[in-house]
Design a protein around this ligand. Sequence first.
Ligand code: NAP
Length: 283
Amino acid sequence: MKKSGILGYPLGHSISPYFQNAAFINLGIEATYEAWPVDPVQLPKRIQALREPDVMGANVTIPYKELVIPLLDKIDDWALKIGSVNTIVNQSGILVGYNTDATGFLRAISEYGNYEPSGKDVLLIGAGGAARAAAHAFMESKVNTLWIANRTYDRAKRLADEFLENGKVKPIGLDDPEFRKSASSVSLIVNSTSLGMKHTLDSHIDPLEGFSIENSTLINDMVYNPLDTPMLINAKNRGVRTLSGLPMLVLQGAASFELWTSKQAPVDVMFSSARKALIAQSD
Ligand code: NAP
């Protein structure tokens, strides 16, 4: 039996084991996907153990996406550019790091949001790890203008400064009047902060509360638990198009699955399993 799993600390209620195991079963692959909570002191030893022949690889989540980089043998170009690894593949004892968050994000907004960012003006709320993946995905897709609105302005500025075409990337603070203005002029708004996330103090917050937004604008929340965050509920009530964080989660996982198995991931099976797991957790 081959093994894979998710490395993080703490791991909370990760739903990745549900949909990854459902995919293995669906394709008749003899493998398991486990939750691997690892405390920071044990990280180097845990990474070393991924070289064992029965291990296919691992996903990596908070707080290790950057910290694992020096512990790996090779880093794929996308992961190097973004500066974070969410997937490790064990290639006969050689550990290779990838980032499937950016590709999963692009595929989610395209296939499930019917949105192509090329030439468009977009607003990204947040400047943390998930925002870095999205910002690189947007710039790679040649957006016209990328607004990055973050509570800590300096972090948004640092992210904007990573891009050579930084005239196209506009960092702003959440208190800046430009935040409200940009929200009413862009065709896509993505929340990549933890605002609205279940089991947090900010679970009730909609970062776009009281904003005026065109009905044709797509509003995407990277938060996937709950499926309907306050931001998405309010947008739907105003007749604005929405996309939850679940497609990105499942599609980044599907891309990891394909790197480990070299087989096409059964995305529909993964979706329905992920939905069931979220619904079961909400009971
Ligand atoms: P992170 O690196 O810790 O970044 C957190 C971001 O949230 C920062 O921009 C932070 O602003 C902002 N923030 C936190 N509390 C806030 C508050 N009270 N008011 C305003 N802004 C606040 O985390 P991450 O890895 O980027 O993850 C962010 C979210 O994306 C999480 O909810 C995660 O579950 C979700 N995510 C989803 C997927 C998916 O596949 N759907 C993938 C990755 C992440 P400051 O810089 O000011 O602290």
